[in-house]
Design a protein around this ligand. Structure first.
Ligand SMILES: Nc1nc2c(c(=O)[nH]1)N[C@H]1C(S)=C(S)[C@@H](COP(=O)(O)OP(=O)(O)OC[C@H]3O[C@@H](n4cnc5c(=O)[nH]c(N)nc54)[C@H](O)[C@@H]3O)O[C@H]1N2
Ligand SMILES: Nc1nc2c(c(=O)[nH]1)N[C@H]1C(S)=C(S)[C@@H](COP(=O)(O)OP(=O)(O)OC[C@H]3O[C@@H](n4cnc5c(=O)[nH]c(N)nc54)[C@H](O)[C@@H]3O)O[C@H]1N2
Ligand code: SF4
Ligand SMILES: [Mo]
Length: 726
């Protein structure tokens, strides 16, 4: 028998087909008939059933005491947690209680919605998530440039793509829901692919043009492409005249970025730069796709902003009279109009951080400041932290400091199915139900398209799925869904939760229609989905009932409306702060010349693991050699007299870690490419062959960070590499 489900291991939310025999799942694969995903699944999705049975899975809540953890019941855990939170609130105020939601919370929207509702009920503004240490530049650029309200051209129609610090062939991120399929289709119709990456990635391998740049020079390169596009006349001047402000300011700011200057600085070929500008600018439809690599390197906001500006200069947006590819199934949408929303403020939008002059911004509260928020005494100091679906010990910068901070907390609560590096430090660990044990929808993936934040994130068809659980939690276990934990605590604290629908795009309306859950509320999981998808264009129940047979829904076709008369707002490509930053880039020496260490450590993803996750899965772990290799160009290894596979040490200005060197000709000389999320907690036994090296011990939170988002520098980190064997 075949059953459908949605994988929730990552934000792609791929549909999976589970084949059952005698009550056991014998095979898991993608759905080749699915019109969005075209059969895609990755190894982690195909192992999802095994993930539920891992020996490392926690089946009962744990409480720290004396020397270690003891199992307690969830009811007792919630009683105790509620009591301690109320006491902390009474003594230190609501701001002393914070919530951090990581990647695994995103994929389950009820977790985040109920988590935020609990914070609101407590009166705390301290909501952090992984967004501000991922690609915060997207949110900043989106605000400063403004949103084109007609939306992006569907991927299937573009004939040129520039990817900057993005490797969708491995990350399955940022380029549709089956990037390999999208790229293959693109090739067939002659789409040109340009990749900007210091590594000849799996994506660069299939590109028409690979600018194998030095890390940290993306603003230089994109400014060079902007300049060359303007020089070459490869812009849509009619669109610019009608819809764009700031053209002159941008044109002047990019003047210094001649092809030769950019080439010399970024270590690329001047002709390739001009070629990239010509290909992109003369394409009929195109997109610029920025990834984590460029956001983790310095000036990610500026790179994303220049990416948006490129798209706008070329006029690569949907126009009046065109059909909207997806006007929303589970999520309502703002109207589609061929007009700019106009720029919005991107920082200083609410709660102030006590640190470094930072504040709530377009990318949320700056997670880069959270360690100091915990460690610095004074009013508002964080004393209690909820971690939901995240692993700060693997993900946050400055791991030694993270250890001190998490140990200093009066109360650390983790909802996690395993004893992650963070859960090990918690006072309470609450294991959740896993994906096959819960109801699911595709709403989270739809939300990216609804946000019109970037091209490549949209379901280009009115697609939705909702599925029911397939497995019961293991017999005798005591596991809860994340939202049940939040509701249980709120009820014990006597604080009702206000649950707003994510389907209603207007915040005031969502607020007016919110559901209040008080002391007696006992919603079922489907009640919860009905609540958070209230007023969906297609009701949740219809999608759930259809999920064995349908995934494309009959929503009324929408055509992009023309710009209303008298509309003044324009897309802004001359934001004063961005132009000022560009001026600073033009006057500073190249990024590598300003560093005092010989190598630049760059970020990357590994195929079989997900950040710090899946290291408990023996089959996948062993496919990887059990650690995170430090990939370097063979010429660099030879110069350092380091053998492939031998032990090395990597030192930054902050710390030194051990790792295993791996020769890789695809890495640009001068770079060392190594994935985060590995290693052990500081002070624990750390055999590099078995657990890898903790990259985030090398990255500082408080010295190199973005002044608007607090984004720490997590790529292009200067390091020295030593052989540890001779
Ligand atoms: N298999 C797998 N998939 C994942 C994840 C995982 O851990 N494993 N993680 C998930 C998460 S949380 C996210 S956010 C997405 C991220 O998805 P992506 O953004 O595609 O992340 P990466 O695959 O790390 O690709 C980043 C690229 O940036 C390059 N890079 C590094 N520094 C620079 C620089 O200064 N300039 C330029 N131009 N390039 C640079 C790196 O060489 C790398 O190829 O992936 C998700 N998917
Ligand atoms: N140096 C460096 N640092 C980085 C990055 C980098 O490239 N380089 N990448 C950054 C990025 S893009 C991100 S997104 C962050 C990642 O930051 P995090 O999200 O904090 O890190 P993960 O390792 O993905 O942790 C997810 C946790 O969720 C748990 N989990 C799995 N399934 C479930 C579930 O169903 N429910 C619950 N409650 N928990 C579950 C897992 O066991 C794991 O412990 O790291 C950031 N940090
Ligand atoms: S890419 Fe892999 S892990 Fe992510 S949702 Fe799809 S199958 Fe699951
Ligand atoms: Mo991420």
């Amino acid at each position: 028998m075949k059953k459908r489900t949605i994988c929730r291991v990552c934000h792609q939310l791929c549909p999976l087909i589970l084949e059952e025999q005698d009550g056991a799942i014998v095979k898991v694969h993608g759905d080749k008939d699915n019109p969005i995903y075209h059969g895609y699944s990755c190894i982690k999705g195909r192992e999802i059933a095994a993930y539920h049975d891992l020996p490392a899975r926690l089946l009962h809540p744990l409480k720290r005491g004396g020397d270690g953890f003891t199992e307690i019941s969830s009811a007792t855990a919630l009683d105790e947690i509620a009591g301690r939170l109320e006491a902390i609130r009474a003594e230190h105020g609501p701001r002393s209680i914070a919530l951090y939601c990581g990647t695994a919370a995103n994929n389950k929207p009820p977790s985040i919605i109920f988590g935020k509702a609990l914070l609101e009920a407590i009166g705390s503004p301290m909501y952090f998530n992984s967004q501000s240490i991922d690609q915060p530049g997207k949110f900043i650029a989106g605000a400063l440039h403004g949103v084109w309200q007609a939306g992006d051209p569907p991927l299937e129609t573009i004939d040129a793509a520039i990817m900057v610090g993005l490797n969708p062939m491995i990350s399955v991120s940022g380029f549709g829901f089956n990037p390999a399929w999208q790229l293959k289709q693109g090739r067939k119709r002659g789409m040109a692919l340009i990749v900007v990456d210091p590594r000849k990635t799996e994506t660069a391998e299939i590109a028409d043009l690979h600018l194998q740049c030095k890390p940290g020079e993306d603003p230089t390169i994109l400014a060079g492409i902007v300049r060359a596009m303007i020089e070459g006349g490869w812009c849509d001047h009619a669109f610019i005249a009608e819809e764009v402000s700031g053209f002159q300011a941008l044109r002047e700011a990019v003047a210094p970025f001649t092809p030769d200057y950019v080439a010399g600085r970024a270590g690329i070929d001047a002709d390739d730069l001009v070629k990239a500008a010509r290909i992109y600018g003369s394409a009929k439809r195109g997109g610029v796709f920025c990834g984590t690599g460029t956001n983790m390197a310095p000036r990610g906001n500026l790179t994303e902003y220049l990416g948006k500006s490129l798209q706008t200069l070329a006029g690569h947006w949907l126009r009046a009279g065109e059909a909207v590819p997806n006007s929303g199934v589970l999520l309502g949408r703002q109207p589609y109009i061929a007009a700019a929303s106009g720029p919005k403020p991107a920082w200083d939008l609410g709660e102030k951080s006590r640190m470094r002059g930072l504040a709530m911004g377009a990318a949320g509260m700056p997670t880069g400041t959270i360690l100091d928020e915990i460690l610095t005494s004074g009013e508002g100091q964080i004393r209690a932290l909820f971690v939901v679906g995240g692993n700060p010990m693997g993900a946050w910068p400055n791991q030694n400091k993270a250890l001190k901070a998490l140990q200093k907390l009066d109360l650390l609560i983790c909802i996690d199915p395993r004893l992650s590096g963070t859960a090990r430090l918690a006072h309470y660990v609450l294991p959740p139900k896993l994906p096959l044990e819960t109801y699911a929808t595709s709403a989270y993936a739809e939300s990216w398209g609804a946000s019109r934040l970037a091209t490549g994130l949209n379901y280009d068809r009115p697609y939705a799925m909702a599925t029911a659980p397939i497995l019961a939690p293991p017999a005798g276990s005591d596991v809860m869904e994340e939202w049940q934990v939040m509701l249980g605590i709120a009820q014990r604290m006597g604080r009702p939760l206000k649950i707003r629908s994510m389907s209603i795009p207007d915040p005031a309306k969502a607020n007016a229609q919110a559901t209040l859950l008080g002391a007696d509320a006992a919603p079922s999981p489907t009640d919860v989905w009905r609540m958070i998808l209230k007023d969906a264009p297609v009701p949740y129940d219809d999608v759930l009932n259809a999920s064995e047979t349908e995934c494309i829904f009959d929503v009324p076709e929408q055509i992009v409306a023309p710009k209303p008369a008298g509309w003044a707002a324009k897309l802004d490509i001359g934001n004063a702060t961005m132009i000022e930053e560009l001026g600073a880039v033009a006057t500073e020496r190249s990024y590598d010349q300003r560093q005092t260490r010989p190598y630049l450590l760059i970020s990357r993803r590994l195929n079989d693991v997900y950040n710090s996750q899946w290291r408990e899965h023996e089959k996948l772990l062993s496919r990887h050699g059990r650690h995170n290799p430090a990939y370097m160009n063979p010429t660099d290894l030879a110069a350092l007299k380091i053998d492939d596979g031998s032990l090395i040490e990597i030192e930054s200005d902050l710390a030194r870690i051990a790792a295993i060197a791996r020769a890789a000709p695809d890495i640009r000389s001068g770079c060392i490419s190594i994935a985060h999320g590995w290693g052990a907690n500081p002070g624990d036994i750390e055999v590099p062959e078995d657990v890898g090296g903790a990259v985030n011990r090398l990255c500082d939170d408080a010295t190199h960070y973005d002044r608007y988002t607090g984004m720490p520098r997590l790529s292009a980190v200067p390091v020295t590499v030593y052989s540890a064997e001779n």
